[in-house]
Structures are given as structure tokens and as C-alpha cells.
Ligand binder design. Structure first.
Ligand SMILES: N[C@@H](CCC(=O)N[C@@H](CS)C(=O)NCC(=O)O)C(=O)O
Length: 210
């Protein structure tokens, strides 16, 4: 595999998931900035790569892949010999459950609602919608506690090896942990807090956060 390009803005959590895998695998790649805040995901050229106008997109030797789960599954198989997927079937199911919980529930509550309202809206001169934030806390707590219930938690979410589940949750926690709501949502998830103390120090995080 010679040419790997990741399309997407570096602040995106899903772009960071893909980049964390590449960094952890020690694989060279090119990051092509596509900033959705500037409408760059709406051009005909970009829509030809991703019909839904989201980031990330992966291009490998001319093949285009979108949807983060598909991208990281592919990269894990072809550049990392499945190092980031547990061989045990139950742990593999747990990993996919955590990815699903994040995709279907946690991302929209923690990032699209709480982080956007608490951190981004004020930066753009607006007032956070407190009702939206309050309404997101209980379901976000349910999502985080669902991950807690199936996580091993030490040192990685599913035990001794880092998996794609960690690479999904790390970018969410990077932003979410900067909000005051994080404490209320994680008050009953001691395993995840221990995990975060350790995972937040991974050197690969610095590389994808700049
Ligand atoms: N299902 C997609 C979700 C990707 C996604 O939501 N990306 C966000 C950034 S983290 C995005 O492109 N947002 C821009 C927008 O919605 O316009 C995946 O797994 O890749």
C-alpha cells in the first residue's frame, strides 16, 4: 500500500479515530484538510467521494472508502494485521457494541449537543442552549454507563490491548472532558475514568490533536 490519504478537518472526532489508528500502527499517510465549517464538504468533487458530505474519507491507491467503521476495519486488516481487533469473539462483539453506542447515541449527545453548545457556540459569540444541554445529560449518562457495563477498563477499554473501541472513545472524551457536564455524566463510571487517566496520555493523541 503506497498512498494513503485521509480527507477531513483535524478537529473532527471521526477523523481523529482514523488518524489514531494510523499513528498507533506507525503508518505514513497524508491528511487533506476538508473543512465542513467552510462548506468544503459540499463541493461536487467532495460529494463524489462522500455522497453524504461528512468526514472522514479514506483514499488508498485510488479506492475511496467512507464511514469510519469501514475505514478503520479496512486499515486494521491491511496495515496492522488486525492488531486493533480482539481475536476473542466476545471481545470483538464488545468492541462493535461500543462503536455502535458511540455512533448511534453518544456522539450526538456528547459532541453534537453538549460540546457544541457549551464550547463552540460561545466561541462564536452565541449563548448556549441550556435546555438542549440539560436534556442531553441523562441520555448521555445512559450511553456512558452502557459502555462502562461492558468495558474491562484497564489499561484499555477491553483489557490489555488497545482496540478500535478505544480509538472511537478517545476523541469523544478529549472534547467532552472539557465541559462541566462531563463530571455529572461520568459520576458512575469509575472504570472509564481510570481508563481515561491512562488513555489521555497516549503520545498518538498529541499527534492527532494539533
Ligand atoms: N457515520 C459517519 C459520521 C461522520 C461524521 O458525523 N462526521 C462529522 C465530523 S466528526 C461531520 O462530517 N460533520 C459535518 C457535518 O455534519 O456537516 C462516519 O462514521 O464516518
Amino acid at each position: 500500500m503506497t498512498n494513503i490519504t485521509v480527507y477531513g478537518t483535524p478537529i473532527s472526532t471521526y477523523v481523529r479515530t482514523v488518524r489514531l489508528l494510523l499513528e498507533e500502527a506507525g503508518v505514513d499517510y497524508r491528511l487533506q484538510d476538508v473543512d465542513f465549517f467552510k462548506g468544503e464538504t459540499n463541493t461536487p468533487e467532495y460529494r463524489a467521494k462522500h455522497p453524504f458530505g461528512k468526514v472522514p474519507v479514506l483514499e488508498v491507491d485510488g479506492a475511496v472508502i467512507y464511514e469510519t467503521a469501514a475505514i478503520v476495519g479496512y486499515l486494521d486488516a491491511v496495515v496492522a494485521a488486525n492488531k486493533f481487533t480482539p481475536s476473542d469473539s466476545l471481545l470483538q462483539a464488545r468492541m462493535r457494541q461500543i462503536m455502535g453506542i458511540i455512533d448511534s447515541y453518544l456522539y450526538s449527545l456528547a459532541i453534537s449537543t453538549i460540546v457544541i453548545q457549551r464550547l463552540i457556540v460561545p466561541r462564536q459569540g452565541g449563548q448556549p442552549d441550556e435546555e438542549k444541554i440539560q436534556n442531553a445529560i441523562a441520555p448521555a449518562k445512559t450511553a456512558v454507563e452502557a459502555i462502562e457495563a461492558i468495558a474491562v477498563g484497564s489499561p484499555y477499554l477491553l483489557g490489555s490491548e488497545i482496540t478500535i473501541a478505544d480509538l472511537y472513545l478517545i476523541p469523544i472524551f478529549i472534547y467532552f472532558s472539557r465541559t462541566p457536564e462531563f463530571q455529572a455524566v461520568t459520576v458512575q463510571t469509575p472504570k472509564l475514568l481510570t481508563w481515561w487517566n491512562h488513555a489521555s496520555n497516549l503520545p498518538s493523541i498529541k499527534k492527532v490533536s494539533s
